[in-house]
Design a protein around this ligand. Structure first.
Ligand SMILES: [Zn+2]
Length: 61
């Protein structure tokens, strides 16, 4: 389990890998497999646009 802080909140998840996406609108973080069933990926919280989290562009806190 890990706690991930992001701008405006935090999430506790039962996994140890880093998130893949962050919402540009509400800043919530997501993992690739949250969207396994989806053709288009969008934030499941606010339907905002997601961006890739990379080393050059890490989680906005
Ligand atoms: Zn969002």
């Amino acid at each position: 389990m890990q706690v991930i802080k992001y701008k405006g909140g935090m999430t506790m998840v039962d996994r140890s890998d880093a998130p893949d996406y962050q919402c540009k609108n509400c800043f919530k973080v997501w993992w690739r497999d949250d969207f396994e069933q989806s053709l288009f990926i969008a934030c499941q919280n606010c339907h905002g646009q997601l961006r890739n989290i990379t080393n050059d562009d890490p989680i906005e806190i």
